[in-house]
Design a binder for this molecule. Structure first.
Ligand SMILES: Cc1cc2nc3c(=O)[nH]c(=O)nc-3n(C[C@H](O)[C@H](O)[C@H](O)COP(=O)(O)OP(=O)(O)OC[C@H]3O[C@@H](n4cnc5c(N)ncnc54)[C@H](O)[C@@H]3O)c2cc1C
Length: 452
């Protein structure tokens, strides 16, 4: 670092912001993390992150990266009673078929998302050079007079009649999520906005928590009938703490799970497997159902911009927010944070263009998986290239084959967990196994309709 490097400011103290702060703390004498919410000690969903009440799994790549950034983190979570398990040993259903369980050696963490964030935040807050400014609204950026360089952020304390203030910074990182104002700020400063890809899925999650009964999970961490074109209604039903479980129902293209108890239960009854409805039909619910609507996956191509101000970076959902059913967002944020560390190790502030090129590389594969997968649903608009159509046709066969052969579940989970690339599923030995089972694949059937 140069002598002028003194302070980095991170906008947003959710998962991407915290991981960014952890990395910046290795390089900057002072790191300020700003958020509009009260965050210290908070273990429940908060106003600035309402999506966090819904089921969140931290998949393999994210788990490994968090362990790298916070040694001993997995054991800390286990000691706190957070359920963890093998990604391949959960009960996964695709097109109504259960994947054969496989021991993958990959860990999945199904903490309530605010609890996971609380553990990450506690580790970050314990770093002596990190300070979290909570209950501050982020108003905008400050720049050099020629607007070529960002010099800080304008913020305002929410309590009382506080006046706006400026946090001078040698680097500002925007991690304010999908509502990030960087595209608008760029325009105001005379730069172009980034090009956006959007895949409109019209998704909603509706979630309730229940007191767990021991017989429901039978030793597995969660039961997940994942939405597919034949069964567009899906669910994540998982243990999230001692005797606490979460049920997030998912519906796309406007077919949203209701919040009233009867409607919620009826939606659960229409899932392709009976297990979840049978479990919760007379269970003790611990809260009312709440809904989160997710209109579209959005990817912003900062790497394409010819001009971009120095000393400003963007990371996490602010760059790309994926369809959440694929469980990728937190893992991708962790990959980007580790990429930021690589850039900082080269000395000086990262060059935005080079950083965004690395971010784009980190996003490419998960985006192909989720945005490509969404195009398998006939009602989702988008260009179905030959690659997308062939990929989806193959994946449907592979998922069926995984219901017959655990080694295929293993390969599939390594890709879903962002450990291997989808190319690993196209190796000749894997393709031969998939195609052998595909011959016997039944036509995707109707949903389980429940008792008459
Ligand atoms: C329903 C749902 C389920 C999901 N499930 C999974 C999953 O299973 N696995 C997974 O890996 N990912 C999942 N995700 C994605 C995951 O939540 C995000 O990718 C991850 O939290 C990273 O988000 P972020 O930190 O970039 O932004 P966010 O979590 O959106 O945080 C942005 C932060 O910025 C603050 N902020 C914003 N604007 C301002 C302002 N003007 N002033 C002050 N503060 C501001 C907010 O208060 C907030 O704290 C899911 C997402 C949704 C919507």
């Amino acid at each position: 670092m140069t002598e002028t490097t003194r302070r980095a400011v991170v906008l947003g103290a959710s998962m991407a912001g915290l991981l960014t702060a952890r990395v910046l703390a290795e390089f900057y004498p002072q790191v300020l993390v700003v958020d509009r919410d009260k965050v210290t000690g908070v273990r429940t969903a908060r106003r600035g992150a309402p999506h966090t009440v819904h089921a969140h799994g931290l998949h393999a790549r994210g788990q490994l990266n968090l362990e790298e950034l916070f040694p001993g983190f997995l054991q800390e979570l286990r000691d706190a009673g957070v359920p963890t398990g093998d990604l391949g040993e959960m009960r996964w259903y695709f097109n109504g078929h259960r994947l054969l369980p496989a021991h993958t050696g990959l860990v999945s963490i199904t903490a309530p998302r605010p609890v996971l964030e609380h553990h990450v935040r506690s580790r970050v807050a314990a770093l002596s050079n990190v300070k979290i400014l909570e209950e501050y609204t982020i108003l905008g950026l400050t720049t050099s007079s020629d607007r070529s360089r960002v010099t800080g952020a304008r913020v305002q304390q929410r309590a009382g009649n506080a006046s706006p203030e400026v946090l001078d910074a040698d680097l500002v990182v925007d991690t304010t999520g999908r509502g990030s104002r960087t595209p608008a700020w760029l325009e105001e400063l005379g730069y172009e906005r980034p090009r956006e890809d959007r895949v409109k899925v019209g998704l909603a999650y509706t979630t309730r928590h229940y007191r767990t009964r021991p017989e429901w999970f039978d030793g597995v961490q969660s039961i997940n009938p994942v939405a597919s074109p034949a069964h567009p209604r899906g669910a994540f039903f998982g243990q999230v703490g001692p005797s606490l479980c979460i049920l997030s129902l998912t519906g796309i293209l406007g077919d949203h799970p209701p919040t009233d108890p009867a409607g919620f239960l009826e939606f659960a009854r229409s899932l392709p497997i009976p297990d979840i409805y049978e479990a919760v039909r007379d269970a003790e619910a611990l809260d009312d159902a709440v809904t989160f609507r997710f209109q579209a996956s959005v990817r912003r191509h900062y790497e394409d911009l010819d001009r971009f101000p120095d000393r400003l970076l963007v990371l996490g959902d602010a760059v790309c927010s994926f369809n959440p059913v694929y469980g990728q967002g937190m893992s991708v944020a962790s990959i980007e944070a580790i990429a930021l560390r690589r850039h900082l190790r080269r000395g000086g502030a990262p060059r935005p263009r080079a950083f965004f090129e690395d971010v784009a590389r980190a996003i490419d594969t998960p985006w192909d998986i989720s945005a490509g997968g969404d195009l398998d649903f006939p009602g989702v608009d988008g260009q179905r290239t030959l690659k997308v159509r062939a990929g989806n046709a193959y994946m449907a066969r592979l998922q069926y084959a995984a219901s017959q052969d655990a080694s295929i579940t293993n390969g599939f989970m390594r890709v879903a967990g962002l450990i291997d690339t989808p190319a690993s599923l196209m190796r000749p030995a894997m393709m031969a196994k998939v195609l052998r089972h595909a011959v016997r694949r039944p036509r995707p059937g109707l949903s389980w309709q429940g008792p008459a």
